[in-house]
Write a protein that binds this ligand. Structure first.
Ligand code: BGC
Length: 455
């Protein structure tokens, strides 16, 4: 008998984006500059000099985009708010037009039966706050909690599912250690400080929510499971450090009130000692975890690798995406079961999963055939189902991404959307993967069983 993949009743099928990647008009109508406006306009930082000035123009086209979600039968939309759009200086005076944008977007989603999932911070720190030290300034947790409060007061109730931060690891590893993402710093001394202040800010925003909000708040993390290349003690130790650095560094403090032991070995003298009271703030109970999963890594010990002495081992015979990530659906099941085993039976939502592949141009009949993405989604959504069968409490799946969009410093060169965007005309064209995903959503997973059917 062939497998069936029916998901729990009320499973939330949706898609995801982030403000700077799709909105455009990032400094329109009184909005302030963010670190991504600044970074993307710095020569040499972005592939082909791309910026998010226009991106997918969702700021002006959100109604059409919501209509397209409805056409595809999507029941949820995970998006982020731009802090400097609502608070141009990051604190102090509110920009009413900016706040109004999210007000209208949320109303439009609700009127169309699409559940909003709002992430407060997806990487676009107000530039005015970066000038005061950004995530390195200990006051940032107060600034962030004030911004969060403003959003709760405006939208809580209509928004019932909140996330504080998107992927603190990427913010610090890309933005403070390797300098490839905004704000473009490169310092092993700064990275742990930025991480810690991100966690304190997360905690402060959760605490503020308990006073102001009535629904659910959580944290979105990217998990990339690490598998040892061999059973040698060196490879096993390198794998544990890689896992601590990327996967446990953020969740252990939130759930256990402490960092993984490996952090000190990784950063050496650059690893600070933190006051105990910080962990009381960080370890606020949260209501859900958002899981972003793209790939795994097979690790082998390498003395020259930095900051973790682990190098990834390329897997012969495996498929790699355009961003050079191995397609490994089992890693998603492993991640979800690991989260439950380690952190308990907390509700999980897959807040991002998807792939950049080369897409052919729109054909004359309007179709875009993207079989690799269809295959990726089919296998990964099946992997989610496997985890549910193993008893993990998973409430929803948000494909990354609804639209092709600005892939950060890779500019527009990598397309992750299930909907194609023509950046000259802003025309949206659902790819085969969007049609496939629509069938999966409409059948609550049933269509996953069917590998031969046309999309
Ligand atoms: C981020 C997205 C990004 C995606 C693909 C995640 O790390 O949250 O903003 O576009 O991965 O790289």
């Amino acid at each position: 008998m062939s497998a069936t993949y029916i998901f729990p009743k009320d499973f939330l099928w949706g898609s995801a984006t982030a403000a700077y990647q799709v909105e455009g008009s990032s400094m329109a109508d009184g909005a302030g500059m963010s670190i991504w406006d600044r970074f993307s306009h710095t020569p040499g930082m972005m592939r082909d000099g791309d910026t998010g000035d226009v991106a997918c123009d969702q700021y002006r086209r959100y109604r059409d985009d919501v209509k397209l979600m409805v056409d595809l039968g999507l029941k949820a939309y995970r998006f982020s708010a731009s802090w400097s759009r609502v608070l141009p200086q990051g604190r102090g005076a509110v920009n009413p037009a900016g706040l109004d944008y999210y007000d209208r977007l949320v109303d439009c989603l609700l009127e169309n039966g699409v559940e909003p999932l709002l992430t407060l911070y997806h990487w676009d720190m107000p530039a005015a706050l970066e000038d005061r030290g950004g995530w390195l300034n200990p006051d940032v947790s107060d600034w962030f909690a004030d911004y969060a409060n403003l959003m709760y007061r405006k939208l809580d109730g209509r928004v019932k599912t909140w996330a504080t931060l998107n992927e603190p690891w990427v913010i610090t590893d890309g933005g403070y250690l390797h300098g490839v993402l905004a704000p473009g710093h490169r310092s092993p001394y700064e990275a742990p400080i930025a991480s810690h202040h991100l966690l304190r800010s997360h905690g402060a925003a959760v605490k503020a929510y308990r006073a102001e909000g009535r629904h659910r708040i959580g944290l979105v993390v990217n998990i990339e499971p690490k598998y040892p290349a061999s059973q040698s003690p060196q490879d096993l130790a390198a794998t544990a450090c890689a896992d601590a650095y990327m996967n446990r560094q953020y969740l252990d403090p939130v759930f256990f009130g402490r960092y993984p032991d490996e952090m000190k070995d990784i950063f050496g003298e650059a690893w600070p000692t933190w006051p105990d009271e910080d962990f009381a703030l960080i370890a606020q109970p949260i209501d859900w975890i958002g899981v972003n999963y793209y790939t795994r890594s097979v690790a082998r010990h390498d003395e020259t690798a930095w900051p973790v002495k682990a190098a990834p081992v390329r897997q012969i015979g495996a498929t790699y995406t355009e961003t050079e990530w191995e397609v490994f659906p089992q890693g998603l099941t492993d991640t979800l079961t690991w989260l439950k085993d380690r952190y308990g039976d907390i509700p999980l939502t897959i807040t991002e999963n998807g792939a950049a592949f080369f897409d052919p141009p729109v054909a004359e009949d309007g179709r875009i055939q993207d079989p690799l993405r269809v295959g990726y989604l089919r296998k990964h959504i099946r992997a989610v189902h496997d985890a549910i069968r193993l008893g993990v409490n998973i409430e929803g799946y948000m494909v990354w991404s609804f639209l092709d969009n600005l892939e950060w410093s890779n500019g527009f060169s990598k397309r992750f959307g299930v909907v194609h965007v023509n950046y000259q005309t802003q025309e949206r064209t659902p790819k085969d993967s969007a049609r496939f995903y629509a069938r999966v959503a409409a059948s609550n997973g049933g269509a996953l069983a069917d590998t031969a059917a046309p999309v």
